[in-house]
Write a protein that binds this ligand. Structure first.
Ligand code: HEC
Length: 106
């Protein structure tokens, strides 16, 4: 219980101190991005990597290293999967993944 509380505090602090102005998706909508990820992406990551599928972003040797790389990866997935997302949808997804998992500042 105590560790859960601590985790929440750390999470809250990192959100408050989070500066979104420097990224390629500063104006994107992370809430809309989450809905897209939940509907289109998680099932396969969870199947391949177990759990809720999020370990793929947080694993030690994750492939994506920068915000730009993240946008490029989301774009590749979009194209590969034939989702036909518009650019703003790609940016919403990238922002959500960055805020929640990667936390790149540039
Ligand atoms: C059909 C299965 C599948 C679907 C659907 C899928 N992915 Fe993936 N994704 C993978 C696999 C497998 C990897 C790991 C590739 C590797 O390690 O080379 C991956 C890797 C990634 C990574 C890089 C993780 C890292 O190492 O930093 C991101 C970001 C990502 N996917 C985003 C998405 C998004 C966004 C969607 C939804 C549009 C999506 N994926 C849908 C299978 C999938």
């Amino acid at each position: 219980m105590k560790s859960l509380l601590l985790a929440c505090l750390i999470l809250t602090t990192s959100f408050i101190s989070y500066d979104a102005s420097a990224e390629p998706y500063a104006k994107a909508d992370a809430v809309a991005g989450k809905a897209l990820v939940d509907a289109n992406c998680i099932h396969c990551h969870a199947e391949n990597f177990g759990g809720d599928g999020s370990t793929i972003y947080t694993r030690e040797y994750h492939k994506v290293k920068t915000s730009k790389g993240l946008v490029a990866q989301v774009r590749n997935c979009n194209t590969m999967l034939g989702l036909k997302w518009f650019e703003d949808e790609e940016l919403n997804v990238a922002k959500y993944l960055n805020q929640t998992y990667y936390k790149f500042t540039e």
